[in-house]
Design a protein around this ligand. Structure first.
Ligand code: FAD
Length: 285
């Protein structure tokens, strides 16, 4: 079973996100991480796409390497920014040729220096249309529980997401720390007639500075209780254990709330993901 839509239909999934390494040392870290996480039997792993379509070949290289060298199912992220329809058609042909069956169709963000060339796509829905039209991929989209920073209103955010989910097979969410954000998102989509699987994205955090920077970009609220717990850590090792504990608690709450899967943002490291998996025990089976 290779398609994520089929895996989600079969039961709760566990998946990991990686980013394409930029140096040979970082490549070795990713090699080791994939080797260490593969025995956990993830249903799929996803590979991000550089901001503004930068380093686009690296995503393809990692996706193809995972497809070729491991038993793990890869999903390629693909973004609108800077892409022509011809670029996308070429990438999809190549993915199909090597047996990749899952794509996450995203808006993407323009690089801060404005260096992205003009492309043919404005919104993820436009890209999704082209990917879905091939009939060759299970396609996912991004969801933003706390509303995307560029959305003019919560209502507009949910309406545009519902439009994407009429066509897509599933969504994966931006990270968040309060399970209520996820529950509310699912309820709001249900009110719009959408019952496709919404897989929560979990970011284990071990460092207040790092999470604050990432949260600013994504519009995620960093609750004071999380900052308090992390800043009370005695040292980096203690902060790591606290981060694992908090992420595990969030995963368990989300499973209780009926989440169809869990998608862990690994930052290309295996240790934290492995410990979270242990903490989840049999609830994932
Ligand atoms: P869209 O669905 O296009 O939405 C963007 C904004 O436009 C939203 O505010 C939406 O409400 C609005 N909108 C949509 N349609 C319309 C319309 N018809 N009219 C008016 N407004 C509209 N970024 C990367 O660069 N690379 C990655 O690999 C990557 N991976 C990600 C993975 C996940 C799981 C998530 C949640 C995000 C990821 N991102 C990635 C970030 C994402 O690309 C950005 O958040 C981006 O700004 C929005 O992407 P989107 O797919 O939600 O875009």
């Amino acid at each position: 079973m290779a398609r994520i839509s089929d895996k989600l239909a079969a039961g709760r999934t566990l998946s990991f996100e990686f980013f394409p390494p930029k140096t040979s040392k970082a490549q070795l870290t990713l090699d080791r991480t994939v080797a260490e996480l593969a025995p956990l039997g993830p249903d799929f792993v996803s590979i991000t796409y550089g901001a503004g379509g930068s380093d686009r070949h690296r995503t393809g290289d990692v996706v193809k390497w995972i497809r070729r060298e491991t038993d793990v199912e890869p999903m390629a992220h693909l973004t609108c920014v800077g892409h022509t329809r011809t670029d996308v058609a070429g990438l999809l042909v190549e993915y199909r040729r090597v047996g990749v069956e899952n794509i996450l169709a995203l808006g993407g963000d323009a690089p801060i220096d404005g260096s992205a060339p003009a492309g043919d796509y404005q919104y993820a829905l436009d890209l999704l249309d082209d990917v879905a039209a091939t009939g060759c991929f299970s396609v996912g989209v991004a969801a933003h529980p706390e509303v995307h920073p560029r959305s003019v209103s919560r209502e507009a955010d949910r309406r545009h997401l519902a439009e994407k989910l009429q066509l897509a097979d599933f969504a994966i969410t931006q990270f968040f720390f309060d399970p209520e954000h996820y529950v509310r998102l699912v309820d709001e989509l249900a009110a719009l007639g959408i019952d496709k699987p919404i897989v929560p994205g979990i970011m284990p955090v071990t460092n207040v500075g790092q999470v604050t920077r990432m949260a600013e970009m994504s519009g995620t609220d960093v609750p004071s209780w999380l900052v308090d717990r992390l800043t009370a850590a005695h040292d980096a090792a203690d902060a790591k254990q606290i981060g694992i504990e908090l992420a595990s608690e969030l995963c368990l709450d989300l499973i209780d709330a009926g989440a169809p899967g869990l998608h862990l943002y690994t930052l290309n490291r295996s240790e934290i993901a492995k410990e979270i998996r242990v903490n989840l025990g049999s609830v994932l089976v």
